[in-house]
Design a protein around this ligand. Structure first.
Ligand SMILES: [Zn+2]
Ligand SMILES: [Zn+2]
Length: 326
């Protein structure tokens, strides 16, 4: 089994807590509650659990990319040091204590700001005894430059030397499968400014593909497309859906991102069972993201009516945890 925890699902730049949006969320939840739903904490919790529906009580979240993958053999890979790494670090310390008994093995997709900016705030890096291993298909030197470079003056007040953990940058192959933390990892290059890598992670028959920060030419959506081979038969595809299809076609071609509708087309070509949309646009409200998810679902249902197999499609949010495989 692979357990996936999303610590950051926002694209491009972290988005701050929006009190006006939170106010609307509260009003909407209260307006739908009955007198028995709000009399006590237990009643309120039961009501929210019953109500389901993200929009009623939760926000998608504003941290940038950081996703944790744990396999049932005890191995752990974390993809990217977006701002979500700050909360992940805090949670890991809360769970394991200041010094973790196992390494933090990071795999980096690329070095755009939204994927490296959580590194200076990853608390386990400052605690002697922790082991932080950082790898990626761009190579050790480039990764080290990007992660350490942002801590040089005048960008950051605390020098990287203050990080007392054992931080290493093991090389991994750029274009061929390798083993890491018990996972079989297959890297593949995506179309994105300066190149972004997707990773297919497999463990004991379960497979998850993380492929954010990628653009797909609509003419590429054919069975021969290399991306279809990389994602073939995956239990879960985590996909960049920063834009609605209208955005993509009308304004944002060549901006390096994609849409949920493209995700569904590719998932069908590759026989993927579940798709989680991520890298939400920083200017998108929760309602906008709900809209993208809904548009994607309707498209999936339309294809299903045409005879295509079912795909479970949802938008990921900060804090979402899903289990894949047995
Ligand atoms: Zn990004
Ligand atoms: Zn990027």
């Amino acid at each position: 089994m692979i357990t996936v925890t999303f610590w950051g699902t926002r694209g491009s730049i972290p988005t701050a807590f929006d009190s006006a949006a939170q106010h609307e969320t509260l009003i909407s939840a209260l307006a739908q509650a009955g007198p028995d739903d709000v009399g006590s904490r237990a009643a309120a919790e039961a009501y929210l659990a019953r109500a389901g529906g993200l929009h009623l009580h939760q926000r998608y979240g504003g941290d940038t990319t950081c996703v944790e993958f744990q396999n049932s053999g005890g191995g752990r890979i974390i993809i990217d040091f977006g701002s979500g790494a700050r909360r992940f670090g805090g949670a890991a310390i809360g769970e394991d204590g200041p010094v973790s008994g196992r390494p933090f093995s990071f795999l980096m997709t690329h070095m755009h700001w939204d994927h490296v900016q959580g590194f200076p705030f990853f608390a386990p890096c400052f605690i002697p005894g922790n082991e932080i291993r950082i790898s990626g298909s761009h190579g050790s030197a480039a990764l080290k430059d990007a992660l350490f470079g942002q801590m040089k003056p005048p960008y950051f007040p605390v020098p990287v030397e203050a990080m007392r953990a054992d931080i290493s940058f093991p090389e991994v192959p750029a274009d061929e499968p390798f083993e890491l933390e018990g996972f079989q990892v297959t890297p593949f290059l995506l179309r994105h400014g300066d190149g972004s890598y997707g990773y297919r992670l497999e463990f004991d028959g379960a497979s998850v593909v993380f492929a954010s920060d990628a653009e797909h030419d609509l003419n590429d959506l054919v069975p021969e497309y290399a991306y279809v081979k990389w994602t073939k038969g995956a239990d879960l595809l985590i996909f960049d859906a920063q834009y609605s299809l209208a955005d993509l076609v009308l304004h944002k071609e060549d901006w390096g991102h994609s849409s949920g509708l493209v995700a569904v087309d590719l998932a069908h070509l590759a026989d993927v069972k579940q798709v989680l949309l991520t890298h939400h646009d920083p200017s998108a409200s929760d309602e906008d993201i709900d809209g993208i998810a809904q548009q994607t679902l309707e498209y999936e249902e339309m294809l299903r009516d045409g005879g295509a197999s079912a795909i479970d499609v949802r938008a990921a949010f900060d804090g979402l945890k899903v289990e894949v495989g047995l």
